[in-house]
Design a binder for this molecule. Sequence first.
Ligand SMILES: Nc1nc2c(ncn2[C@@H]2O[C@H](COP(=O)(O)OP(=O)(O)O)[C@@H](O)[C@H]2O)c(=O)[nH]1
Ligand SMILES: [Mg+2]
Length: 224
Amino acid sequence: MYTKLAFIRPAEARAKTMTQFPDIRFIKSAHKPRDFPPDSGREVAFAGRSNAGKSSAINTIVARRGLARTSKTPGRTQLINFFGLADDQRLVDLPGYGFARVPAEVRNHWRELMQDYFAGRGSLAGVMLIVDIRRGLGEFDGQMLDWAMASGCPVHILLTKADKLKRGGVAKAVHETEKALARDYASTAQATLSLQVFSSLKNTGVDDAREVLREWLVFGESGA
Ligand SMILES: Nc1nc2c(ncn2[C@@H]2O[C@H](COP(=O)(O)OP(=O)(O)O)[C@@H](O)[C@H]2O)c(=O)[nH]1
Ligand SMILES: [Mg+2]
């Protein structure tokens, strides 16, 4: 009897990871606010610089390879992609930013689309900000933080690609990010700010990120 358990456990563990977000499906891509799906229930948006590792992080967190396309060519996505989960919950893949060769016209469209999204999206329960741990917070990340804070929305930062640094480098990056946040948001913060180390390649911090996601999707303040 007991020896059998040793064989059952790995399969159970595998099944558990595979059904993290079993019903996730692509809903639509939006180029304009009028294309957004109905603003009901709760949704969590993923934001980040182009090539930071956002699509990889989404795929890792929902345990679905290839759900959000990952690319070695940065700056491709200029659309907001909506994914549906059960019970009127959504994940939102926001277009990446900060890609140097993007024309001004595209950047302006991005800015307008983001402003509309943050200002008007009642169902937005939280923002996952994906930051390459080797680069740290950049100018556009600050802009995202400002918009999220202004709409009273909590932000959880994933310092991803942690596998690219040694332990000391990871600790230093965490410290510097915390220092920057304390400096820029200590007095203005209307909503909670948190951060963690992450790696899509090594699955570092995946359970913690899932915990935050679930909490927002289930208990988030926003929503109808
Ligand atoms: N080493 C490592 N590479 C990663 C990680 N996450 C993403 N990448 C790589 O970084 C590149 C950009 O990733 P992608 O998810 O498409 O970034 P996005 O533009 O922010 O959506 C791809 O080549 C990924 O394979 C990670 O945690 N570790
Ligand atoms: Mg992407």
